[in-house]
Design a protein. Structure first.
Length: 315
């Protein structure tokens, strides 16, 4: 039986360098591939999917990035660019992250955008699920590439999960998403929701569904995530976990949802699996990481509860 496969759209992978304090008080240097698409791909691979990442790579940082990603068991469809990939250096010896340097990714040329779209469509056609991450900065690629890619993949019967906000989210919705995952902070910042109150978020979710999403999932930091599934609002309850690092939890949740859908699971099952991946991620250092067996066991501790009753029923 062939492996379950996922395609991940990662328009601007990053090279990340973090300075850490070692247990013996010496200094450690950690070099990793980063960026939203990379983090989603990492967790999807951890969950057993055969993952192909399509992104843009160039210069010295691009060569290092591609090698790092492939070492994680992820196939790379590399689109060449004349410039270098974005990168950053953070100092975390004091506990908190202190930015020391940042190199911004360059804006792609028209021909590079065309190559990125073509390579992504070629990889997405054969995938059991496609997952779209956002660019590191909004101007790296034109938002309309998301409209085209989502529309074409859905026309080819490929389910598409997107973790986006701002102009790229609006563009992807025009293509018709299977699942949109977005944080409540982004909904408020972008003007889609008036506040973090559940009723305001629910109103925003219904509006986003009307714009082109079959299902909408909203992460709410320390509060239960909310999901609009088949017209009803659900909340996703996880056990209280001791947080080591919250970064990467949202991307882990997105990867978990995509992995479940790729295996033919229901949306509610996908919510449980996604929440389990996110919950495990916060208990450890390392963005979008976790042990597969622990995530599988954590699923049993996730509850998905209806927040609104179906029409015609009393609460």
């Amino acid at each position: 039986m062939s492996a379950v496969s996922a395609f991940v759209f990662a328009p601007s992978p990053l090279l990340t360098v973090t300075i850490e304090a070692a247990p013996d008080e010496s200094t450690e240097l950690h070099v990793h591939a980063g960026g939203q698409g990379v983090w989603i791909a990492r967790m999807a691979a951890t969950l057993g999917l055969d993952v192909t990442l399509c992104g843009v790579f160039g210069g010295e940082t691009g060569g290092i990035l591609q090698s790092l990603i492939e070492r994680e068991g992820i196939k790379v469809r590399a689109i060449s660019t004349a410039g270098e990939n974005g990168s950053y250096v953070h100092d975390r010896r004091g506990g908190d992250r202190k930015p020391l340097a940042e190199v911004r990714p360059r804006v792609l040329s028209r021909h590079e955008v065309d190559d990125l779209f073509g390579g992504s469509l070629a990889e997405g056609i054969t995938a059991d699920v496609a997952v779209l991450g956002g660019p590191h900065e909004n101007n790296v690629v034109p938002p309309e590439i998301y409209t085209r890619l989502v529309g074409d993949l859905r026309a080819l019967k490929v389910p598409v999960v997107a973790d986006l906000s701002g102009p790229t989210m609006t563009a992807a919705l025009e293509g018709g998403l299977t699942v949109l995952k977005v944080s409540h902070e982004d909904l408020i910042e972008d003007g889609h929701a008036q506040s973090e109150k559940p009723e305001d978020l629910a109103e925003a979710m219904r509006a986003l569904a009307a714009e082109g999403a079959d299902h909408v999932v909203v992460s709410r930091a320390g509060d239960p995530a909310m999901a609009l599934v088949d017209g009803d609002i659900w909340e996703v309850l996880i056990p209280p976990m001791n947080i080591v690092d919250h970064r990467g939890a949202g991307d882990s949740m997105t990867a978990g949802i995509a992995a479940a859908l790729a295996r033919g699971k229901s949306m509610n099952d996908a919510l449980q699996f996604g929440a389990a991946a996110g919950a495990v991620n916060v208990t450890r250092r390392g963005l979008a990481t976790g042990q597969p067996d622990l995530i599988a066991k954590m699923v049993e501790n996730i509850r998905v509860r209806r927040m609104t009753e179906p029409k015609g029923q009393k609460q």
